[in-house]
Design a protein around this ligand. Structure first.
Ligand SMILES: [Zn+2]
Length: 85
């Protein structure tokens, strides 16, 4: 199985702390990818990690390797969905 067709790496940024991290997202349909909430939470921890900070963890553009931008939305309790802007 060629996973390159079913997942992409998305870069998440925090322009308050000047941090960035990447997550691997699974393809749902064209231009739409998802990550598990726990993966998102870990990424947020890498971007900020301070429990009493209200920066919002992910702030700044979410992009794939081509620079295309994505919106992040809570999908359900288990996943976050990224849709191409
Ligand atoms: Zn913060």
């Amino acid at each position: 199985m060629n996973t390159d067709n079913t997942t992409i790496m998305l870069t998440l940024r925090n322009d308050f702390h000047n941090t960035e991290t990447r997550v691997r997202a699974s393809r749902l349909r064209d231009n739409c990818y998802a990550v598990a909430t726990r993966v998102w939470s870990r990424a947020c921890g890498r971007l900020c990690g301070m429990g009493d900070c209200d920066c919002g963890s992910v702030r700044g553009p979410i992009t794939d390797k081509t620079g295309r931008r994505y919106h992040a939305e809570q999908w359900d309790h288990e996943s976050i969905v990224f849709e191409a802007a």
